[in-house]
Write a protein that binds this ligand. Structure first.
Ligand SMILES: [Zn+2]
Length: 454
């Protein structure tokens, strides 16, 4: 028995789980809606908990309000550090659509309600508990374990993780990081999975602009900027960007298939047989529509129109019309390469202007950390399968990966039934008490093992 596994057995997991729930409820009551964020209040709350137990920390950021908390447990230094990263900001709420106060942290029927319960204050606290428990149990660390609760993830991270990478990379430089983006239990066709996010798409949002001849609304003509724009956008109804396989996509599909009955597994592997026929293979999958929708987005660079702007008066034909489109590109792709595909749809003379693009990232799933995650999940949920995944959205991983850090999304949680994850950024966001308790233990065991392994 290693010293770390001896330490693990000494932890009272009921008490640790209750403690995590208490801190989570406190944190959910701190309103960190971004904008404006005001993450300082969350940072101070976390700082006090860490300092009380003798863990050194500091608060950094571009302004006093946009605060990121960073703490460190020192190891022997024989191995490079591990970063536990999270964000403390949350998205807006429509309070009248909620059945509970979004900042009340009410506990009802085993669920804690609050904006950020799943995205991602639960993980802020599970990582905090990992720091506290490592310190209390005196585990011999071979790696420093760094804790970062960052500001501003929800609007891109420029004032949080992005700022730290620019101004204080030395505080968070690590070989591996554990982040949001995976880790929660899910079911596909009755089989249970836990994902580890090993890749995410980049954002390449852009503007399409058309111009025409202005005029009086009472005398229509065909050189109308709005009609031209509508014509361009309607092409997206029938034309799709091509399919491209990535390492993470292959690993994801193989992983899902590995736990399915033979006929489903075969249908899944058909998706990987030929890029030019992958869409047909996805359409034919004997799995639910949600799964297929996600898969269609995982196999390609995607584009979705999300905002329109044209005209200011009903009787005036405007000279310009604009559409804003949410573009997402795969690991291995640049916005410029993606633009080539977009020109296939919109034509060569259309100007595509990317707005603040961000990089995709992909981390090799073959690693000792991934193996430990698999092993710990096997102990706690023997029937489940652990699989890498590609996130179609973006997280702070894009910033941290620039430091050469291998970022895995693994915020462990139990499967609490279908639809729970749709509450992220939606109404009545909540997390179950049993999931927080379970996740606290799983995360601790992963980190304690990985960071103490010689
Ligand atoms: Zn998040």
């Amino acid at each position: 028995m290693t010293s770390s596994s001896r330490d693990r057995t000494m932890i009272d997991w009921q008490a640790a789980g209750d403690e995590a729930v208490r801190y989570l409820r406190d944190l959910l009551r701190i309103d960190t809606r971004n904008p404006p964020g005001n993450e300082i209040r969350a940072a101070e709350y976390l700082r006090d908990l860490l300092q009380r137990e003798g863990i050194a920390c500091q608060i950094v950021g571009p302004s006093p309000e946009r605060a990121t908390l960073i703490a460190r447990l020192k190891g022997s230094g024989r191995k490079p550090p591990l970063l536990l990263m999270s964000h403390t900001d949350v998205v807006a709420v429509e309070p009248d659509q909620w059945s509970h106060d979004p900042f009340g942290a009410e506990l009802v029927d085993g669920f804690i309600y609050g904006r950020g319960a799943l995205d991602m204050k639960h993980m802020v606290i599970m990582e905090l508990m990992t720091m506290l428990l490592l310190k209390r149990s005196g585990v011999q660390l071979e790696r420093d374990v760094i804790y970062m609760a960052a500001a501003d993830e929800e609007t891109g991270g420029q004032y949080g993780a992005g700022w730290v990478v620019e101004h204080h990379p030395e505080l968070i430089q690590a070989e591996y990081a554990i982040n949001e983006g995976g880790g929660a239990g899910s079911e596909i066709n009755g089989r249970r999975y836990y994902t580890v996010q090993t890749a995410e798409k980049g954002t390449a949002r852009f503007r399409l602009r058309t111009s025409g001849t202005p005029g009086h609304g009472s005398q229509p003509h065909s050189d109308n900027a709005i009609l031209k724009l509508a014509n361009l956008l309607s092409r997206l109804e029938t034309q799709r960007t091509p399919v491209h396989y990535t390492t993470s996509l292959r690993a994801y599909i193989e992983g899902v298939a590995s736990a399915q009955p033979p006929e489903v597994a075969q249908a899944l592997r058909a998706v990987l047989a030929d890029e030019s026929r992958a869409d047909e293979a996805i359409d034919a999958l004997p799995l639910n529509e949600n799964f297929k929708k996600r898969l269609r987005a995982m196999v390609r660079n995607t584009v979705a129109p999300t905002m329109l702007r044209a005209g200011s008066q009903i009787n005036v034909i405007p000279s310009e019309a604009e559409a804003f489109l949410d573009g997402r590109h795969l690991p291995g792709w640049t916005p410029e390469m993606f633009a080539e595909e977009l020109r296939q749809i919109f034509g060569d003379d259309v100007e595509i202007e990317f707005l603040n693009p961000s990089e995709p990232m992909e981390a090799d799933p073959a690693s000792p950390l991934f193996d430990i995650i698999k092993d710990v999940i096997r102990q706690h949920d023997p029937e489940a399968t652990v699989i890498p995944t590609l996130l179609t959205g973006a997280t702070d991983a894009k910033h941290i990966a620039r430091l050469g850090t291998r970022v895995y999304g693994f915020a462990p949680g139990l499967y609490d039934g279908p639809g729970e994850w749709n509450r992220i950024h939606g109404h009545d966001e909540r997390v179950s008490v049993r999931s927080v308790q379970w996740g606290t233990r799983v995360l601790y065991e992963v980190v304690a093992r990985f960071a103490s392994e010689a």
